[in-house]
Design a protein around this ligand. Structure first.
Ligand SMILES: C[S@@+](CC[C@H](N)C(=O)[O-])C[C@H]1O[C@@H](n2cnc3c(N)ncnc32)[C@H](O)[C@@H]1O
Length: 407
């Protein structure tokens, strides 16, 4: 099959006409639903929550392609293939045999079933996948795979075809990682949930491999987070080359825009010189190296900047660093932001609300999710006009948001 899809038969064109709208779902990390939903709305979709980390929406082919290209906080976009009840293998195979699998699996491709089961009579996930292969498409013996996500919840089976292919959070530029790297979709969510405005400043004083700064530069330039990668939907029988060409055209337009326009100063620093070099190479691969000033120094050497802008960071945490040491570090972060970055808001991702309060007592929780197996929380304080308050007035200074919060 070519990138523009297989030869079409009359049956295929009928399928295409009826498949004009997909029942799609964006999958994100539970806790990022509000931010992902705001992104979907900006692409003209009407998302509805359908469980933790699941947002369902009706999509035209163009919207399905655009969500895969432009969503910064989703891990995957899937399309519902079938929903039915099954309490035994006979029912499962009976329903599955009626699905037109060739619509989703092109010649030369194999199927892969990722199965999960909750409170259901069918629970042996490997056996379920085997039975599905028997009535659909065999597993891979070297062929590329089309992934299907099979969720069985209280005996209701939902089969979804993965439209993305490689997970969306696996950005192609991100080949070098430091300790405790932040997931790209979380970095994007920090910026979007705290209402960071591209064109204003962005500082990450614990930048590690540069995830937050690179996501910020891509956002500021309106570049697609995954670059020019491929997607699973391009192999589907009802793939629409014309709709794809229109989405690809929007990527080309973004690329042709004046690189420097609309981008505020983005500063990323870390005390570890080797990880700062790696961040530079990541930024190079992402095509945004020119937008980011990289520096090697400890947080207390952060240079001063006038606002508006946002300090967005995930400082060290965890058992390896002593509690006292961490409190000192968060305290230094808070003092540096207050003293040298007037006009900057602060966004801190940490599992520890008490440490966040050490950095700044005005920080408020805006999102909660899991990162590296740990529950973490995103704390935010918008920028204030008067950021050098008189002694004793610090807590009463009115907070003026730099940008509207995304609900
Ligand atoms: C949790 S990691 C940040 C990961 C980063 N967001 C990423 O995606 O790769 C914390 C970083 O803080 C850095 N760090 C620790 N103490 C520091 C200090 N006193 N000043 C500046 N950076 C420090 C570490 O070198 C590490 O890269």
């Amino acid at each position: 099959m070519t990138a523009s899809g297989p030869d079409r038969t009359p049956t295929d064109s009928r399928a295409r006409a009826t498949a004009g709208r997909y029942r799609a779902a964006a999958i994100c990390i539970p806790g990022l639903e509000a931010t992902c939903a705001a992104e979907l709305r900006s692409l003209g979709c009407k998302p509805k929550p359908a469980g933790p980390g699941i947002l369902e929406f009706a999509a035209s082919a163009r919207q399905l392609y655009a969500t895969n290209v432009w969503l910064r906080t989703a891990s995957r976009v899937v399309v519902r293939v079938a929903t039915f009840r099954a309490t035994d293998f006979v029912h499962l195979q009976d329903h599955a045999a009626r699905i037109d699998w060739s619509r989703w699996v092109a010649d030369g491709f194999a199927a892969r079933f990722r199965v999960s089961s909750n409170d259901s009579k069918l629970y042996h996930t490997k056996a379920i996948a085997q039975r599905l292969h028997q009535v659909s498409v065999p597993p891979s013996i070297g062929e590329p795979e089309q992934l299907f996500i099979v969720r069985i919840d209280r005996n209701t089976v939902t089969i979804s075809a993965d439209a993305s292919g490689q997970a969306l959070h696996k950005r192609p530029w991100r080949t070098e990682l430091g300790d405790a790297p932040l997931r790209t979709t979380m970095a994007a969510a920090i910026l979007l949930a705290c209402g960071w405005q591209p064109g204003t400043g962005l500082v990450d004083p614990f930048c590690g491999s540069g995830t937050i700064a690179i996501e910020a530069a891509l956002l500021a330039r309106s570049l697609p987070p995954g670059g020019e990668r491929d997607f699973a939907f391009r192999q589907w029988r009802d793939f629409e080359p014309g709709s794809w060409a229109s989405v690809a055209g929007s990527i080309a337009t973004a690329r042709s825009r004046d690189a420097g326009s609309g981008i505020g100063p983005i500063l990323a620093s870390d005390r570890d010189g080797s990880i700062v070099e790696a961040a530079g190479r990541n930024a190079e691969r992402a095509g945004v190296a020119a937008d980011i000033e990289l520096r090697t120094h400890v947080v207390s050497h952060l240079p001063g900047r006038s606002g508006p802008g946002l300090v967005a960071t995930n400082p060290p945490y965890g058992k390896r660093v002593g509690r006292r040491e961490l409190a000192g570090l968060y305290g230094r972060l808070g003092a540096v932001v207050r003293d040298r970055l007037p006009g900057y808001g602060l966004a801190v991702l940490t599992p520890d609300a008490k440490l966040a309060a050490v950095a700044d007592r005005r920080l408020r929780s805006v999102a909660r999710f899991r990162h590296g197996g740990l529950p973490v929380e995103l704390f935010h304080r918008p920028a204030t006009i008067d950021v050098r308050p008189e002694r004793g007035q610090a807590e009463s200074a009115p907070a003026r948001p730099v940008a509207g919060q995304i609900p």
